[in-house]
Design a protein around this ligand. Structure first.
Ligand code: PLP
Length: 454
């Protein structure tokens, strides 16, 4: 008889989703997630800034249940479905009037791919087959598939795949808060837009198809916005050269910034918009390409959009999205994002006063980010190791708070973090989030010897 128990083996995992093991999730409700080992987390990142409506919304679950019982699936080339049709109308109702045509996909990268392919098909259909280049910004993030990576500006994510990409040109993102010159913010906005024009001229104006940008930045720039002049000048430049303007609103859309689209803060008139995250709100994988008739009509006249995925426009995802939008309207969550965002932003500015290594706080509504530096006077970055962003995320996670963040370009551009709770967040919950974040920042300052106000 063998009395010696076998040596404990690490739990095997067939998954390779992340090198770091994480606790098993049990359930989620509102802004909270509970794990099987009994811990409670405040999700102040809304997953990857997706769960705008919060977890466990009963109306959405009921709508999904009803749709599942009718049919969870119907293939778009065999059948039309009511949920997709109604969701398209519900989205169009929220958009600027000219953006009135919708094509559904199942996520953000898929929607960016769709925007680029639709733009290219429009060029071919309108007798401009030489146009193919899509100019992006550095830094930026547009997704993990090859087409979306090709317009993404973040070497950490693209370097390995560079040889396989059809790399697209980039222009600097308007990181004006770092500029040290005598220009006003509005003059700087124009200067960054003019960099786009210079790039168009260098690339050959008749070969440039589109410019893609996040009107309010996502993880690559931690909610970067530009001066007002930038948005208007970019549109003028695109018009002057017959180039399409694509807004990637995967993160900033669906009410997150206090307007339905991030670009609505500047009355932008993009030709094509990508949506995802917030319209499915974590209930189902869902994304959309939204475009003007000027773009879609010539494509449809030539036989239709050459794009599609098995699950595109499936009734279950669309029923979930429809219920999400209807709940957002019922609770007036877009206004709430503006109101709670102003409150949270003020609190983050309070933390920046306590922790002067937070050199900038920015964003709109509940799409808020902050940037950390080693020296607020010179804006010198924090040493690459052990990685301030990841350490801050870890300190917060250990305290039951989930925030978001990424070190862009190895920290050369920024050690960012983002605080973006679901739009249903309450004042009391914001106080709790800020309290835990303050403790986490204090732990980070002690660990990395960063400056703290006396
Ligand atoms: C602006 C932006 N575009 C595209 C994507 C890609 O979306 P997905 O991860 O759903 O493919 C993201 C994801 O974070 C994003 O923030």
């Amino acid at each position: 008889m063998n009395l010696v128990p076998p040596a404990a083996k690490p739990a095997p995992s067939a998954l390779f989703m992340s090198p770091q093991r994480r606790p098993l999730v049990d359930r989620a409700e509102g802004i909270h997630v509970w794990t099987r080992d009994g811990r409670r987390f405040i999700d102040a990142a809304s997953g990857p800034i997706a769960v705008n409506l919060g977890y466990g919304n009963k109306a959405v679950l009921d709508a999904m249940d009803a749709q599942m019982r009718r049919t969870p699936f119907a293939y778009r080339l065999h059948f039309e479905n009511e949920a997709a049709e109604e969701l398209a109308h519900a989205i169009v109702r929220e958009m600027p009037p000219s953006l009135n045509r919708v094509y559904f996909v199942s996520g953000g990268s898929e929607s960016v791919e769709g925007c680029i392919k639709l733009a290219r098909q429009w060029a071919v259909a309108t007798g401009q087959p030489r146009r193919w280049k899509v100019i992006g910004r550095m830094p930026s993030y547009h997704g993990g598939t090859f087409g979306s990576l090709a317009v993404t500006g973040d070497g950490l994510l693209t370097d390995t795949f560079e040889v396989q990409l059809m790399r697209m040109p980039t222009v600097p993102a308007p990181v004006v808060w770092r500029d040290r010159d005598n220009l006003t913010a509005e003059q700087r906005g124009v200067r960054y837009a003019e960099m786009l024009e210079a790039k168009i001229e260098a690339e050959g104006p008749d070969e440039v198809l589109a410019f893609i940008m996040e009107p309010v930045g996502g993880a690559a720039t931690a909610a970067l916005t530009a001066p007002d002049s930038y948005y208007a000048t970019v549109r003028e430049i695109c018009d002057r050269h017959g180039i399409l303007l694509i807004h990637d609103e995967v993160m900033s859309g669906a009410g997150r910034t206090g307007r339905f689209l991030g670009g609505d803060h500047w009355n932008c008139r993009p030709d094509i918009v990508s949506l995802s995250k917030g319209i499915g709100s974590g209930y189902m994988p869902l994304g959309a390409v939204v475009a003007t008739s000027r773009i879609v009509d010539p494509v449809m006249a030539q036989g239709g959009f050459q794009h599609g995925h098995t699950y595109a426009g499936n009734p279950l995802a669309c029923a979930a999205g429809l219920a999400v939008l209807s709940e957002m309207r019922r609770m007036d969550l877009v206004s709430r994002a503006a109101e709670m965002g102003a409150l949270l932003e003020a609190e983050l500015r309070g933390l920046a006063a306590r922790f002067p290594f937070i050199a900038d706080v920015r964003g709109k509504g509940l799409l808020l980010g902050a940037e950390m530096v080693a020296d607020p006077a010179t804006l010198a970055p924090i040493a690459a190791q052990p990685g301030a962003t990841q350490r801050l995320l870890d300190h917060a996670y250990r305290r039951g708070l989930i925030i978001y963040g990424r070190r862009t370009k190895g920290g050369a551009i920024g050690d960012n973090f983002m605080v973006c709770p679901p739009l249903i967040v309450t004042r009391e919950q914001i106080d709790e989030i800020v309290g835990i974040l303050g403790d986490s920042l204090a732990a980070l300052a002690a660990e990395l010897d960063l400056p703290v106000a006396a």
